[in-house]
Design a protein around this ligand. Sequence first.
Ligand code: GUN
Ligand code: ZN
Length: 439
Amino acid sequence: MSLKAVRGRLLSFRDDPYVAGEAESHDYWADGLLVLEDGKIKQIGEAAALLPGLPQDLPIDDYREHLVMAGFIDPHIHYSQSQVIASYGAQLLDWLENYAFVEEQKFADPAHGARMAAFFLDECLRNGTTTAAVYCTVHAVSVEAFFEASHARNMRMIAGKLLMDRGAPAGLLDSAQSGYDQSSALIAAWQGRGRQHYAVTPRFAVTSSAAQLEAAGALLGEHREVYLQTHLSENEREAEAVGRLFPEHETYTAVYDHFGLLGPHSLFGHCIHLDDGERARLSHSGSVAVFCPTSNMFIGSGLFDRRRARDERFPLRTALATDVGGGTSYSMLRTAGEAYKVLQLQGQNLAPLQAFYDITLGNARALDLDRHIGALKAGGEADLVVLDAHATPAMAHRMETVEGDLAQELFVLMTLGDDRAVRATYVAGERLHKGAQTS
Ligand code: GUN
Ligand code: ZN
């Protein structure tokens, strides 16, 4: 790729505002320039300082009015549920049975998977999301379809085949052995190919036997570089079912712990109804609790307690995600806005700089990918989102009162913004999405 540049108001995080303080957490260039080469950021700085040293004919994408940030990262989403999103009237176990399990059976057909993967990745890009941790279905062909499409777009993605050997329709079941064999083959084919990563993906303890969870643990032991993703303690009836299915274990978390599934590359969706003992195990193992606000409200699961997740006795690594199709929006802006409301309901806060840290560098750290993505820095990968805080009449109207205040602008974006606020999305230096020009 030849040299090119992106000009705009650059915002990038260096650290967690909660830890470092807001002032120290980020860098901001009011008229900044990113010089891109071979999919990476070659230089970053003020445009006036960099331009004199660059070729006169350097192609520059000029977004001088707009914010340019690292692409958003969604650490929990089901590509198989793009036609499940917005399904009415059920809590988790019924929602799975009545909606998710019905749609997921269609992924036995590779052509269906290919069509869904293309839609899904394009929708991510329209929303400024450049990396995600993705649940496919139980069908190995659904994973092939996903990785083929993701690799073709050169997106950095984590994905895996669901492991489920009980508690679902026959068309969605594998076995401990076949799930292990197919996962092994998929790891061999895709882990580390281009920008693709594999996640061993037991759906949750309700749909996996002890033998299958043991196989998942074996896969992790054999492949240190892969991830583990699953659901944990989202809904009270789910937790009761796990208690009945695994009576020998004291808690839901203890089930996963017993099979060696906890650790710094392990992503646990939801983590709402946990006791202190479970929090301590998750904390000590370095596991990640993934907060999915739109899903938790839509399915009626409960409120993620971030203050408790920060309890100094057993602090949890956390991430913020959509969980489409339980979640109701692909937009990480909307997701941040709804996270704010979930925390408000508990007397907690989500400051705008914290929220934008969470959906960029925070999520990159949670996925252990911050050496590649999540920030604008020389040597980092050029995955970018360009944001327009004037994208809708209501946003432009509100912005009249926000004079040069970055935090307020970010708050308008996360409260009123969505895909309409995404002016462009770049993947490894290539602009793969161009939004409507609204201002
Ligand atoms: N728990 C097990 N499977 C699922 C799923 O597909 N979505 C959600 N939200 N929770 C789950
Ligand atoms: Zn989920």
